[in-house]
Structure formats: structure tokens, C-alpha cells
Design a protein around this ligand. Structure first.
Ligand SMILES: [Zn+2]
Length: 154
């Protein structure tokens, strides 16, 4: 399942990418959002009720009223039934929305601060923007939060 978020859902878009889902963000206007959603078979996530009403196929769009990221995620997980897994998460660049490449420690030595370099074994690099990712404390906190949301849904 792929997504496209409107301009009011930038943080949600980032999180969906963290979870490994192909999520577009930053369309020029409503027409473009609708067009991309249809052409690329993406579920449109929007806080704009009027835009939601304009989508012909309601099963390919989701109206998200809440401003809370937590509630937004709960709704998306609940309505779409997407699966969250530790393997799939952190597989996609949060900025570029493209798949990351696995890297050996020797390959990213120059790109990572000493502490994470010493304390982690697995690293991923974006082939486009060259950002390097690892499953540090920030990721662990995020993943725990997601796990709690999933528990609430069951
Ligand atoms: Zn990138």
C-alpha cells in the first residue's frame, strides 16, 4: 500500500516513511494530489474535508480530522490495516522516500559520529541524499510508541 499526504500531514508522512511505506508529500495543489493518487494508486490522506469529498473512490482516500499525530496514526493503522514490522521500518529515506541501502561499518565510518559508530552494527544509507540511518535511541522510542498504538487497536 502506498500513500500520498496533503500539506497538513507532513509529520504523518514522515512517520509512514519511517515505517517503510512509500509516501508522497508536497504536491502543488489539490488537483495534483488527486491526480497522483489516481495515477500511482496511492491512498490519499487528507485533513481537507472538501478534498476528501472530491475523491470519487472513497476506498482510496481517508479523511483525517485529528491534529494529533498519535490519533492520525491510529486511524491510518485501523482503517488501512497496514502491517508494522521491525524489518520493514527504517527501510526508506525519511526525506527522499526511496529505499535505503544496507552498508557495512567500514563503508560509513566517515559519515557517522563516533558514539553510534561504536554502539551499532547495522547502518543504512540513502543513495540520493547520503543520509546514514541506524536504529538509535530515537528510533527505539518511536518504535515503542508504534507498538503501544498497535496494542490499543487489538
Ligand atoms: Zn535521502
Amino acid at each position: 500500500m502506498k500513500f500520498i499526504c496533503d500539506d497538513m500531514l507532513g509529520t504523518l508522512a514522515k512517520w509512514l516513511r519511517i515505517l517503510g511505506y512509500d509516501t508522497r508529500y508536497g504536491a502543488k495543489n489539490d488537483d495534483e494530489l488527486l491526480k497522483i493518487s489516481k495515477q500511482e494508486n496511492r491512498v490519499l490522506l487528507t485533513r481537507d474535508k472538501n478534498l476528501y469529498e472530491r475523491t470519487k473512490n472513497k476506498s482510496s482516500s481517508l479523511y483525517i480530522k485529528s491534529m494529533s499525530l498519535h490519533e492520525q496514526l491510529v486511524l491510518v493503522l485501523h482503517k488501512t490495516g497496514i502491517k508494522i514490522s521491525k524489518d520493514k521500518s527504517l527501510s526508506r529515506c525519511i526525506i527522499c522516500n526511496i529505499p535505503l541501502e544496507n552498508k557495512r561499518k567500514s563503508e560509513i565510518r566517515e559519515d557517522v559520529p563516533p558514539y553510534p559508530f561504536q554502539h551499532h552494527e547495522r547502518f543504512w544509507k540513502c543513495p540520493k541524499c547520503n543520509r546514514v540511518y541506524w536504529k538509535g535511541s530515537h528510533w527505539t522510542t518511536m518504535y515503542d510508541r508504534i507498538q503501544r498504538i498497535l496494542k490499543e487497536l487489538n
